[in-house]
Design a protein around this ligand. Structure first.
Ligand code: PMP
Length: 343
């Protein structure tokens, strides 16, 4: 990996971050007249902990990663954007990602006026590591990879991810939003081996908390310090911090839901290919199944008409004819199958 100083944008490296009242005072006190808050309406009158330390303690315990290797954001969409803003000079630098994949990498690049270079997966949705590395020229600061990948569902081949981590001298982001549904191990255990690695995870999927918006980025303390420097001071609100802690303290509830989702995934994997309108389904390591169906647009519309909404991926690279179906409750999956059976 290049020196971090040579990867980070010079203005970001040099700047002083905003210092909030709650950054400056630590300890206990009974009279808070430091942050221009309203003294009434407790507890919502107070600004939340800007560094979310209670929550990070719990995440550190759950994930086996030090507190200073954890960044928390408003969904993982926040670190996806912040990483580009930290490392890529607008109109000069670029990022590389794969196609098809999660759409926000490209949107975040476009918002920041950073070139988005995409490398198609193979027909079986495998990563072509050589082509990713060829695309990663001197102006490419970050490579975004998603594993298990959205919308294809498969985990990218581990050896190819190692090849990219070992060869590329910039930052490699592995987005593990769907890792809890996968039998593959997380790359969190590789953080110490690869100083250029950032792993993204979220409470939006297996933890069942998309509504509270909490995303996690894990990386070396030096990279995390850069993200902390440029985030909004109070980027994770008090309600989210409290609710996230509650959710993370109930790991058993998450595991029970996970078991149900995984067993329903097996049921759908058996049932879908037997239907006339389904040509094939792709292997999945996530909480959704990519299905190649007869006339995707018409099938999508027929489902909508019956109040069943899936994601139409017919116009996405390599996904012509495909619908992406999230695994729901047994009842929801029955409703899906009942409509498809009649087509
Ligand atoms: N990464 C991937 C691969 C996703 O599919 C999604 C959401 N669909 C996200 C990140 C964003 O998750 P969050 O809700 O944490 O912003």
């Amino acid at each position: 990996m290049k020196d971090l100083k040579d990867l980070v944008r010079p203005n970001i490296w040099e700047m002083q971050p905003y210092s909030s009242a709650r950054d400056e005072f630590h300890g206990s006190a009974s009279v808070f007249l430091d942050a221009n808050e309203n003294p009434y309406n407790t507890p919502y009158n107070r600004y939340p902990d800007p560094m979310q330390l209670l929550l990070k303690d719990r995440i550190s315990e759950l994930k086996g990663v030090g507190v200073d290797s954890i960044f928390l954001g408003n969904g993982s969409d926040e670190p996806i954007d912040l990483i580009i803003r930290a490392f890529c000079e607008p109109a000069i630098d670029s990022i590389v990602s794969i196609a098809p994949s999660y759409g926000m990498y490209e949107v975040a690049a476009n918002i920041n006026n950073v070139e988005f270079r995409k490398v198609e997966l193979t027909k079986s949705f495998e990563l072509d590591a050589e082509r990713v590395l060829e695309a990663a020229n001197a102006w490419v600061k970050v490579i975004y990879l998603c594993s298990p990948n959205n919308p294809t569902g498969n985990s990218l081949e581990r050896e190819k991810l190692y090849k990219i981590l070992n060869t590329f001298s910039g930052i490699v982001v592995i987005d593990e939003a769907y890792i809890d549904f996968s039998s593959e191990p997380s790359f969190l255990s590789e953080l110490e081996r690869f100083p250029n690695l950032i792993v993204l995870q979220t409470l939006s999927k297996a933890w069942g908390a998309a509504g509270i918006r909490l995303g996690m980025a894990f990386a070396s303390p030096k990279i995390i310090a850069i993200l902390n420097k440029i985030k909004y001071p109070y980027n994770v609100n008090m309600l989210t911090q409290e609710q996230a802690l509650e959710i993370l303290n109930n790991e058993e509830r998450m595991k029970e839901q996970l078991r149900s989702i995984l067993s329903e995934r097996i049921r759908l994997q058996a049932a879908l290919p037997l239907l006339n309108c389904v040509n094939k389904i792709y292997p999945t390591d996530a909480n959704f199944i990519l299905a190649d169906v007869e006339n995707a647009n018409a099938t999508y519309k027929a489902l909508v008409k019956k109040g069943v909404i899936v994601r139409n991926r017919n116009n996405v690279t390599l996904c012509r004819g495909c619908l992406r179906i999230t695994v729901g409750t047994p009842k929801e999956n029955d409703a899906l199958l009942a409509v498809l059976k009649k087509l």
